[in-house]
Write a protein that binds this ligand. Structure first.
Ligand code: DX5
Ligand code: ZN
Length: 228
């Protein structure tokens, strides 16, 4: 396995929304490489979080990339709005569309990086044919919808499958994991090929964000070193 940049993406879903600017600033000063924004519509997933207005507010708090994860039905109706709100990467669920190539092209045309994911019960085969068009693959390590769930180690097969498929076609998309990520599970994910680590409750649930972000990074580095 080749050495790849390890990036930590705190999910503000677990931040204290009374003082969102302070939370984002603290996370970035603590070493966050990007900020992960979880968009939930109460339809594609049972939970409702926030929309483009809040993403735009986060955009005004920081210059680090915004990693926007759309857990919504009809994502094609919202791509441009999230891009205008400041999303750098827009990740959509392949199972939320019946025109994946069209949606990929739409995200690309918007100027955002293209991210694709699927829920744990859906195969990565839903998007593997389009891998060369994808900048970032997100492997969900919990079911989309809520923070604070338990990491699913059985998703590591998917991480490895995507990593190998990408290598075979000479493409190197970022491979991101999301759900139940902490220092320990980050190590497992990195061992299988992941290089972007989303963590919500682990980072924002701690007193010292720098310590939490640092430990996820260290865990990931340990895992990556084991795999090489
Ligand atoms: C789950 C979201 C995650 C969530 C992760 O639907 O996609 O980004 O915030 O939360 P933790 O890290 O607490 O599992
Ligand atoms: Zn997410």
């Amino acid at each position: 396995m080749s050495l790849r940049d390890i990036l930590i993406a705190p999910s503000i879903l677990s931040a204290d929304f009374r003082s969102l600017e302070q939370e984002v600033t603290r996370a970035v000063e603590a070493g966050a490489d990007m900020i992960h924004c979880d968009i939930m519509d109460g339809h594609f997933v049972p939970n409702i979080s926030f929309g483009p207005l809040v993403v735009a507010a986060v955009r005004r708090c920081t210059t680090v990339p915004l990693d926007v994860h759309l857990m919504i039905s009809n994502p094609q109706d919202y791509i441009e709005r999230f891009r205008e709100s400041g999303a750098d990467t827009i990740t959509v669920h392949a199972e939320a569309t019946d025109d994946l190539p069209g949606l990929i092209a739409q995200i690309r045309d918007s100027g955002a990086r293209v991210g694709i994911t699927v829920n744990p019960d859906k195969p990565v085969d839903l998007f593997l044919d389009y891998l060369s068009e994808i900048d970032q693959v997100l492997i969900m390590t919990v079911y989309a919808g809520f923070g604070g769930q338990k990491f699913m180690p059985e998703m590591m097969d998917k991480v490895q499958k995507v990593y190998r498929a990408a290598r075979e076609i000479g493409h190197a998309p970022d491979i991101e994991v999301d759900g139940g990520v902490n220092a320990h599970t980050a190590s497992t994910c990195a061992e299988h090929g992941a290089n972007i680590f989303v963590a919500g409750s682990y980072i924002f649930g701690g007193e010292n964000y720098a310590q939490r972000i640092g430990s996820v990074r260290e865990g990931a580095q340990t895992g990556q070193a084991k795999a090489i």
